[in-house]
Design a protein around this ligand. Structure first.
Ligand code: ZN
Length: 336
């Protein structure tokens, strides 16, 4: 549930793990569908929410696939991308998010309507510049390469991100860790690193600690998406600490996707207490019907973290952010 409790809302925030494709307002899906003659299962917000939101813990993947299909179908033009991004930045600013990194998979998000990636990036950049001007926040951009789209897609995405490295800070290897071997992606991800892009990898979400260890050894990432299952192996915990890696943790997402069976057993606080640099993020705030305030509520009220500890997580996020240092400096005062 979206949360605007002032105890959480008043904390200046850094969010570094949020997917554009999982962050489209329901009303916007309806507006875009009407404008472009797209078919939806419903045209009222309340009714459509039943198709585009995951409220309960998933026992079958079909619900979330349907939601993402509708979200993908909403990316009809560069101006739609601009609107979706702008609204996400507005929703972030409303929660007092001062430093924000948005990520998206160009091949996945834009191939449905066969859109030009460069034109879509321009739309996103217009929203970014406006938000940085009007909303007292700084924004970074991460290009995702989706494992499920294959090795060729990874090569294309990395080359594209390198071409736009003035605007794109990092590449994220995401989705389907169980189904696709990491060996297919090592070479292009290495190329991204050599070109000066930062690397983050989704791992240890629904895979064991050993997957995180392999990922660290093969990709030398700067950060880890999720990584929560390292809690099952102290060797993995030590490796993450030794490398100074920051985990991008998304508690409610981990519960809904059944990566942790019960929210009260989420290892966020345990990892924090062990000295791991954990950060608290929303992942897909519209699909999962959450926001960062809600993640803080869970951290504080369910997992027992103090507000001071949550502020420390914000400092970790600010320090590990891929946004260039000169730009970060504009909001550093909020995280001291
Ligand atoms: Zn994610």
């Amino acid at each position: 549930m979206k949360n605007f409790d002032l105890r959480y809302n008043n904390i200046p925030k850094a969010e570094i793990h949020c997917h554009l494709e999982g962050a489209i307002r329901t009303q916007t899906i309806i507006d875009i569908a009407r404008e472009h003659g797209l078919k939806l299962p419903a045209y009222q917000v309340d009714e459509l929410n039943r198709h585009v939101k995951v409220y309960d813990q998933l026992h079958d993947l079909q619900a979330v696939l349907e939601a993402f299909k509708i979200f993908q179908d909403s990316m009809v033009s560069p101006s739609a991308v601009e609107r979706i991004a702008w609204e996400l930045f507005e929703d972030s600013a409303r929660q007092n998010i001062k430093l924000f990194e948005v990520r998206f998979s160009p091949d996945w998000a834009f191939h449905g309507h066969n859109l030009d990636w460069d034109a879509c990036l321009e739309g996103l950049l217009r929203a970014q510049q406006r938000a940085e001007r009007e909303l007292d926040m700084v924004i970074g951009i991460i290009a995702i390469t989706s494992r499920s789209m294959g090795a060729d897609s990874c090569v294309r995405t990395v080359d594209w991100a390198i071409r736009h490295r003035q605007h794109i800070q990092a590449v994220d290897l995401a989705d389907g860790e169980l189904l696709y071997p990491m060996s297919d992606f090592i070479r292009p991800m290495r190329k991204a690193r050599e070109a000066g892009l930062k690397i983050t990898v989704h791992t240890g979400e629904d895979t064991p600690a050993s997957a995180v260890i392999d990922t660290i050894n093969h990709f030398m990432p700067d950060r880890i998406g999720h990584g929560i299952h390292i809690i099952e192996d102290m060797q993995a915990v030590e490796l993450v600490k030794e490398k100074g890696l920051t985990l991008e943790v998304n508690p409610w997402s981990n519960y809904l996707t059944n990566s942790v069976p019960r929210i009260e057993h989420h290892p966020l606080k345990k990892l924090f207490d062990l000295g791991v640099r954990v950060t608290i993020n929303s992942d897909d705030p519209e699909v999962l019907e959450t926001n960062v305030n809600n993640e803080y509520r869970i951290a504080h009220e369910v997992l027992g973290m103090s507000l001071e500890e949550i502020r420390t997580c914000n400092r970790f996020a600010q320090e590990a952010s891929f946004i260039p240092e000169d730009k970060k400096a504009r909001v550093r005062k909020y995280f001291q």
